[in-house]
Design a protein around this ligand. Structure first.
Ligand code: ATP
Ligand code: MG
Length: 395
């Protein structure tokens, strides 16, 4: 009887062509996520992945680690035994030993029909066995406990307490994106949604040090420190934006500055994206949430870059975003007070409908290419690794 974790993915998300990549990345990501948790290897069995575990593991940590790996539909810690009825009976009793449960059901599944008994027979035999040994009853609709038995050609997998996974696609299968990460609530949630769709995220934060305190950088670091848990390695680019903003102040009337800032951020982020092989930008914008997030102003930003700008929160209400931020662990970091670069030299009532002509006039007084270049030259990157802990380097 060998301890294992059984991991299921949604078959439906597996189009034929990307199946090998999906499974390879899911396996690799599981190995990385569970480093130091007693996982000895990952086996690809028909329709599921099996992690072979050391004899003693910290189940709580293992649950937490596996539970953040995108691409997983559900998972459980259990045992693998030879595919015989006797072995499955012994495993079932061992797993239930010492537990009290007022009702239960057995759910056996047989792949390839090699196993000589039908699933119904296995359910009946194991159900009878459990009833003999435990003061409990069968309940096929609201069982307090479910014993899962998966009968594969070479193994039987037996487990209880199956947990839901986070769904999505394994990080890495969809390619790389650059997320514009402010210290706010929205952008980390947007980045995490793209991780969930299989993107590896490269983070970029614009700061106004020394015009403002470095609190926003500290928050960006803390946020990447949290988000790296779902992609295992990450890079944060810190781009000095204060000098650029000073130039914008000289060229653009106050109500237009925020849109001009955003256009410069988008151009710099796009250049970084090309440098790191990313195929899209990601922002935390939600339509109409603030003045800079009207369709007109979003249009003014979109038109300066040719890479797609993904806005996964565009149709999401603030309350939903907050709920998601709490769930992924970024909310408490985001609500720390900071000094955001976009508040520098910006009026409380910015233009909500910046026109192409207005913006063109303001930017005609700027050397846009030189400003983008200055931002790129000043950019510094830091590397993050999970679970080994963060390390820092300057390139
Ligand atoms: P957030 O909660 O993500 O800060 P927000 O509701 O405050 O969003 P804005 O401040 O208008 O909205 O920013 C819109 C988006 O622009 C952010 O979600 C983020 O993607 C990007 N952004 C804004 N400021 C910065 C910054 N200093 N560095 C990097 N990206 C930024
Ligand atoms: Mg913000």
């Amino acid at each position: 009887m060998k301890p294992v974790a059984v991991v299921h993915y949604h078959e439906i998300s597996l189009k034929r062509g990307n199946r090998p990549l999906f499974l390879r990345r899911l396996g690799e990501n599981l190995v990385r996520a569970t480093a130091g948790c007693g996982v000895r290897g990952v086996r690809r069995l028909p329709g599921r992945l099996v992690l072979d575990l050391a004899d003693t593991v910290d189940a709580e940590t293992l649950h937490a680690r596996i539970g953040t790996v995108f691409g997983i539909a559900n998972f459980a810690i259990g045992v693998a035994v030879p595919p015989t009825l006797d072995a499955v009976k012994t495993a079932t009793l061992a797993l239930l030993e010492g537990r009290a449960f007022e009702s239960f059901q057995i759910r056996a599944r047989r792949t390839f029909k090699v196993f000589p008994m039908t699933s119904e027979t296995v359910n009946r035999v194991l159900g009878t066995l459990v009833l003999e040994r435990f003061p409990t009853r069968v309940d096929l609709t609201h069982a307090a406990l479910t014993v899962h038995v998966e009968l594969l050609p070479r193994d039987a997998l037996v487990y209880v307490d199956r947990l839901p996974g986070p769904g999505g696609l394994p990080v890495g299968v969809s390619g790389r994106v650059v997320a514009l990460l402010s210290g706010g609530i929205d952008s980390p949630v947007a980045a995490c949604r793209m991780q969930k769709r299989g993107c590896e995220v490269e983070f970029v934060h614009f700061h106004s040090v020394p015009y403002l305190a470095d609190t926003s950088q500290q928050k960006a670091r803390a946020l990447v420190g949290e988000l790296v848990r779902r992609q295992f390695t990450a890079r944060l680019w810190l781009v000095p934006f204060g000098e650029i903003q000073r130039e914008v102040v000289l060229a653009a009337p106050a109500p237009l500055r925020i849109v001009v800032y955003r256009r410069l951020m988008a151009r710099i982020a796009e250049a970084l994206a090309h440098r790191v092989g990313a195929l899209a930008l990601v922002t935390g914008e939600s339509l109409g949430q603030v003045a800079s997030q009207t369709l007109e102003n979003i249009g003014r930003v979109t038109e300066v870059v040719s890479l797609p700008i993904l806005r996964p929160l565009i149709g999401t209400d603030k309350e939903e975003i907050v709920r998601e931020a709490r769930a992924i662990g970024t909310y408490e970091i985001s609500i720390e007070p900071d000094q955001d670069c976009c508040t520098l030299f910006v009026p409380s009532h910015p233009e909500t409908r910046a026109s192409v002509a207005q913006i063109a006039r303001a930017e005609s007084r700027l050397d846009v290419a030189a400003l983008v270049d200055a931002g790129l030259r000043g950019a510094v990157s830091e590397a993050f690794v999970f679970p080994e802990g963060a390390l820092s380097m300057i390139v």
